[in-house]
Design a protein around this ligand. Structure first.
Ligand SMILES: [Zn+2]
Length: 154
């Protein structure tokens, strides 16, 4: 998505947890503790993946996208379908997305990524074309200088 920014990746933490599970330092019950809400969210709003669950290997993981932000008002903290995010990203100025992977078979779950979406991320993209238009429009009377600067910008 175009406005995606401030991406935080949790794959190192995930790997550390999985290593501890394999070493027996953490019990599977401790990491396979997805709440009924999270499991429901995975069923109704989840994004299927091709990746097998690292714990039980019985089912593919499902990604759940949670959205947070003042502008979301009462829907803050809710799970959204991935397909709904681009619409939100052009409607709202800024909101956080937390991506959680869930196994619907054994209830393994882990935060894998978080990032910011929203119109505020488009500001730098939108100012550039405006500047180009202003400089070429103002160059109508004096052709040489401004038309060259217009080419440089492109
Ligand atoms: Zn599993």
């Amino acid at each position: 998505m175009r406005t995606q920014r401030q991406i935080v990746d949790y794959s190192l933490q995930r790997r550390a947890v999985l290593r501890d599970v394999r070493n027996g330092r953490i019990g599977t019950l401790e990491v396979c503790d997805a709440s009924p809400y999270l499991r429901n969210a995975a069923t109704f709003h989840g994004e299927p993946t091709e990746e097998r669950c690292p714990i039980c290997r019985r089912e593919n993981l499902t990604l759940v996208h949670y959205v947070y932000g003042d502008e979301l008002k009462q829907s803050a903290g809710q799970a959204r379908k991935l397909a709904e995010l681009p619409d939100l990203a052009v409607t709202l100025r800024e909101f956080q997305v937390f991506v959680v992977e869930v196994c619907r078979s054994c209830s393994w779950n882990h935060l894998i990524e978080r990032f910011v979406l929203g119109r505020d991320g488009l500001v730098t993209d939108e100012t550039l074309p405006t500047e180009v238009m202003v400089s070429s429009g103002g160059g109508g009377s004096r052709r040489n200088g401004p038309s060259q600067s217009g080419e440089v910008r492109r």
